[in-house]
Structures are given as C-alpha cells and as structure tokens.
Write a protein that binds this ligand. Structure first.
Ligand SMILES: [Mg+2]
Length: 230
C-alpha cells in the first residue's frame, strides 16, 4: 500500500464496542427521566424501533441527524404525559446531555492508541462516522486532521458524502486513500464505490457476504500497521 497518503476510520465497533455502552447510556438516561417524570411509558424495544421509524417518516433529515432523532424520541415520550412544552423542552435538553456524555463512556480496543500515534507520523488521518461520538473526547483526537459525521454531510455511509468530503478536506485522491471499518456495507462497500482502498476490521469472525472481493481483514489493532506495510 505504497501510494496511500490518507487513512480514514469508522468509529463505533471499529475503535470500541458500542452495543453494551449505548444500551447502558440509554438505560441511565431513562432512569434519570423517570425520576423526574415517573409516568413515562417507554414500551419495549419494538416500540422504540417503531417510533424511531415513524419520526424519520415524518422528518427524513432525522435519518442522518441521529442526535436530533434521539431528542425527538424523548420529546415524543414526554409529550404523552406532560402538557407544559417548555418543561418538555428543558427535560429533553438535559436528558440528551446525559445520554451523550454516557455514550462516550467507552473502552478503546487494545493496541489502538499506539497504532494511531504511529500512523499519524506517516499518514493524514480522518474519521468518517455515521454516529454521534466525538473523537475529540479522547486523547487520540489530536492525531486526526478531520472528523466527518453524517450530520456534516447530510447522509449516511455507504453513500459517497463522507468519502467525498474526506477528499475535499485532505486534498488527496481516492487512489491515495484507505478506509478502515467494521461494517461490510457502510464501510467496505462505501469505500469500494468511492474508489478508496479498504481493509476490514473484523473482530467477531464475521463471514464476508458481499459480492465484491473480500478485503484484507484484521482483528487486532497492534497488528494493523504490519498489515499495511506489506
Ligand atoms: Mg462501525
């Protein structure tokens, strides 16, 4: 991979496990809201998914603005039991603040910090995320030249928005760019379609199920640099 000048990275499930932390963040946020408003009826997980889909159907920008989507979800639940819209808005604001803080309570994968530090001396590094984690909440944030979220480009990977913006910001071409991520479609197919090189972070022995050729894969950040030196 001699010509690579820019490496972009996904965040959730690539730099850290996101499943358990986001469930915990949501639980603790609901607990906080329940102490203020015990009457909230949260429903089960299917209700959660249904309501999110319903909110997106009403306002399609919520599909790439997941922070706003979460606020709208809390707002909807609070409006069912409260009449005072100023009180609802205030609770939503506070609840979201709690959620986003707890959502960053994450454990970076072993070997990641040293790997990023070393890569940053040789390549320009950037973040391409569909989520709302902020890399600047971590010490390695300063090693990245830019971070692009779905909100920034008003679309989600695998669409080309994130990849195009990365080329704009870096000044490099797609053939000089490599993307790393866990998701076969959002990251691998997206990078493929954008003309980037791509390597798959696969730390759960997933089976490759895309039509495009299976990329190189790795599951341990301490072995990544060796992989791209080949
Ligand atoms: Mg991911």
């Amino acid at each position: 991979m001699r010509d690579i000048k820019l490496i972009t990275f996904d965040l959730d499930d690539t730099f850290w496990d996101i499943g358990p932390p986001i469930i915990k963040a949501e639980k603790e946020t609901r607990h906080w809201l329940n102490e203020k408003v015990p009457e909230i009826n949260w429903g089960d997980f299917n209700d959660f998914v249904d309501l999110r889909n319903q909110l997106i159907r009403k306002n399609s920008s919520l599909e790439w603005d997941i922070s706003e989507l979460r606020k709208e979800f809390y707002k909807h639940k609070l409006n069912e039991v409260l009449d005072d819209s100023a009180e609802v808005d205030n609770l939503v604001k506070q609840a979201y603040k709690i959620f986003i803080q707890k959502r960053h309570d994450l454990k970076l994968y072993d070997g990641l910090v040293d790997c990023i530090k070393s890569l940053s001396k040789r390549f320009m590094l950037g973040i391409l995320t569909n989520g709302n984690a902020d890399i600047n909440n971590f010490s390695i944030g300063k090693d990245f030249s830019f971070s692009i979220s779905s909100l920034d480009v008003k679309s989600n990977k695998p669409n080309i928005g994130h990849f195009d913006r990365a080329l704009e910001l870096s000044g490099f071409s797609a053939s000089e760019s490599l993307h790393i991520g866990d998701h076969q479609i959002n990251d691998m197919l997206g990078a493929h379609d954008a003309g980037f090189s791509y390597i798959w972070f696969n730390n759960n022995n997933a089976i490759w199920s895309q039509k495009i050729a299976k990329p190189k894969e790795f599951s341990d950040w301490s072995l990544f640099e060796e992989l791209i030196n080949k």
